[in-house]
Design a protein around this ligand. Sequence first.
Ligand code: 2AM
Length: 175
Amino acid sequence: MRLFVAAELSDELIDALADTSALLRDAVRGRFVAPDLFHVTLAFLGEVPAAQVDEVGMYVRAACEEVEPFATSLGPFGSFGRVSSAILWQGFSSGRDHWDFLAERVRAALRDGGFSIDEKGFLPHVTLMRRADLTHGTLPMPCVARGSVDAVILFASDLSGERPRYEALERIDLL
Ligand code: 2AM
């Protein structure tokens, strides 16, 4: 199964991200991520044998025991890749230390468990668009909001259909 671990965002954050996405629809061409799929990836595992999924959940649960819920604010846009076919995302303007701590606990626990994860440096962001053409037009001002991160989810992603399907295998409340 193709696995990744993500932070769940509170409704205030999801609503503002959906408002930003609506503004982008008038300004940028590309493929939009549906608001019900908005998340912040903490660790990307890729293919893991189905028999090891419970073990992954156990390590993620253990990591989350060390982390409390935290507040964070949405911030400016950023992008990865070529300007003509970019990943366009919205980042965070506060809570960065909390984000780094959460991601590092999860990543360290998975590494200690012998799982290999994508080792690209962690940059907290929510992907809003893929294949965005940023060569034309002007980006709108992103909508910002303050909200919280209260839970972490282990997702399986299925890319075989027209749009990605993420199945929450396990949801862990931060306490
Ligand atoms: P993103 O976090 O920039 O949106 C499922 O594919 C999720 O894992 C997506 O949110 C994706 O990008 C993230 N991800 C992180 N590293 C990845 C990688 N090496 N391959 C595919 N997706 C990755």
